[in-house]
Design a protein around this ligand. Structure first.
Ligand SMILES: Nc1ncnc2c1ncn2[C@@H]1O[C@H](COP(=O)(O)OP(=O)(O)OP(=O)(O)O)[C@@H](O)[C@H]1O
Length: 339
């Protein structure tokens, strides 16, 4: 069943344009110049209940803008969205009490008061009955190991501790849709792993639908079978993570283990068709264009004393880079009309 439907969502920001100098400053009092920045352009997709979807794109692609619209913080310029049957920017209480937006780079808890007091505020805002509040807090405290943190003011927490508290605070009302914007940014590897496994667990236990942006591909690989890629505000790809690799990976790596590494450099270069080659203690590895993989592998098998041969896709990071390098007809984040 569909949890999120996005239909040709579009967001253009109007930003004031100021030139330097006194003359321009006086002039702007009379006639204010603005320019339009297109952040999201005609984006459409659907996400089912229970899905965890990676929402990817380079800096400025329009991810946060999209999530803010879906969380009801921004009105779109045009287009439609339905999340859990509601239009997010109408900000109906019944919708807001069933969704959460967690932003790794924004502090959503109160800075100067203890974490637990912030949670109490959330309890009041979301009208969470006492018994439910207690049982969810106990559960989250155990899962995220918050016991020692609840009485500390947020300003005294480390980044990782604060992030755990932010996540727990946003889940006290048991949202059915989670928008996670860079939830692991700046955290050490162990904490990233803990947050990841917590999100996976939350999704499994509650069947909540999760949309996740992250620049760490380990997050995406661990959590998301499906990814939606946007670039310059436009949807570039929507499908399985493995399909993304098949479609955009330009090269594969062939690694062969050799009985003995007798072949000289010129011979090897000929066998691999001049593609970049690395020697190791036990053999060689070479990156070849996808279309040539079978031919090069066959030549290596036929002409070298091969013990083992492995063909691998490139790491997801480099595939994503290739996707982002795809040319676009009209970039966003730039002036599209003067005003
Ligand atoms: N409040 C705003 N006013 C004007 N322009 C904005 C505003 N917020 C975002 N933009 C612009 O809209 C475009 C999309 O920004 P957005 O923050 O949605 O991208 P993003 O994909 O989340 O990027 P990042 O990965 O860097 O967080 C960018 O060109 C950005 O400069």
């Amino acid at each position: 069943m569909t949890a999120i439907t996005v239909d040709r969502l579009h967001k253009t920001y109007t930003v004031p344009e100021r030139e330097g100098g006194l003359r321009a400053a006086v002039g702007s009092l009379v006639r204010r110049r603005t320019r339009q920045v297109r952040a999201v352009a005609e984006v459409s997709f659907e996400i089912d209940h229970g899905e965890v979807v990676g929402f990817l794109g380079p800096n400025g692609a329009g991810k946060t803008t999209t999530l803010k619209m879906l969380a009801g913080l921004l009105h779109p310029t045009s287009g439609e969205a339905r999340v859990l049957g509601s239009t997010p920017w109408q900000r109906e209480r019944s919708y807001l009490s069933r969704m959460a937006l967690i932003m790794g780079q924004r502090n959503q808890l109160q800075w100067d008061i203890p974490v637990l007091d912030s949670y109490r505020l959330n309890q009041a805002v979301f009208r969470i009955p006492d018994a439910q509040f207690r049982s969810r807090l106990d559960e989250l405290t155990e899962l995220l190991e918050l016991q020692a943190l609840l009485r500390k003011p947020v300003r005294n927490l480390s980044l990782g501790e604060r992030m755990k508290c932010e996540i727990a605070g946003s889940l006290l009302h048991a949202p059915q849709v989670l928008f996670l914007d860079e939830p692991t940014i700046g955290l050490d590897v162990a904490m990233q792993r803990r947050i990841r496994s917590f999100v996976a667990d939350y999704n499994r236990r509650t069947g909540a639908c999760v949309m996740l942006t992250s620049h760490y591909m380990a997050d995406v690989e661990a959590l998301c079978r499906r990814v939606i890629v946007i670039h310059h505000g436009r949807l570039l790809f929507d499908g399985g993570l493995t399909d993304l690799v098949h479609r955009f990976a330009a090269e594969k790596t062939i690694t062969v283990e050799l009985e003995e590494s007798r072949a000289d450099d010129a011979d090897l270069a000929r066998l691999v068709g001049g593609h970049p080659l690395e020697r190791s203690a036990t053999g060689i590895s070479v990156r070849v264009p996808k279309a040539e993989t079978a031919r090069v592998a066959a030549r290596l098998l036929a002409e070298l004393p091969v013990v083992d041969l492995v063909v691998e896709e490139p790491p997801i990071e480099s595939v994503i880079e290739q996707v982002f390098d795809a040319p676009e007809e009209q970039p966003s984040g730039q002036e599209v009309t003067g005003g």
